[in-house]
Design a protein around this ligand. Sequence first.
Ligand code: 5GP
Length: 202
Amino acid sequence: MKREGVLYVMSAPSGAGKTTLCKEIIDIFPGLRHSVSYTTRPPRVGEVHGRDYFFVEHAEFSRMASAGEFAEWAEVHGNLYGTSLETLKESRAQGIDLILDIDCQGARQLKGRFEGGVYIFVLPPSIAELRRRLDNRSSDAPEVIERRINNAAGEIKEARWYDYIIVNDKFSEAVEQLKSVLIAEQCRALRLIQGLSTIFDI
Ligand code: 5GP
């Protein structure tokens, strides 16, 4: 049964575990794809161009932004990040569900621009735990970690306008909660009526 692809927009302060959650949920739902963002941030060890991000120069990013090639874009922790408008439109039209791992500024832009998106905010159990996770990750310099902790309080305030909040204390429970959100959203009547009307007089 044909339906429009759903946009799942996930935000969280850096270190809350959002990226790991996104990866896990993509393994569980084979039809779900991760939207690969563009960024001016240099790659971290192990990150692959085209899989984790499209790593581009500042000039190229600016050109794309001016040409209207982004569905949203924002400056986050001193780097630029953006979502390709074409990928987003194509996925929706082809009925492919997309999961976007983006910051609150970008999420707000999408909410104002597209209908039917599902907005999910991932919280750490506490700021102390967030710091512990960022320290353990050790892929970022201490000043980068400090900047991310300082930004966290502002980001957490944004959680109130999202559709769902998942507190990532125990990872397996957070995965179950996210799974439940996706399953419920796939059953939403509004998404199904059009497809069902070819089968039933509904
Ligand atoms: P990181 O550099 O740790 O991969 O990501 C830093 C922040 O940028 C995260 O909050 C992540 O969700 C956000 N981000 C990643 N891609 C995008 C994007 O395309 N647009 C926006 N607005 N934020 C993004």
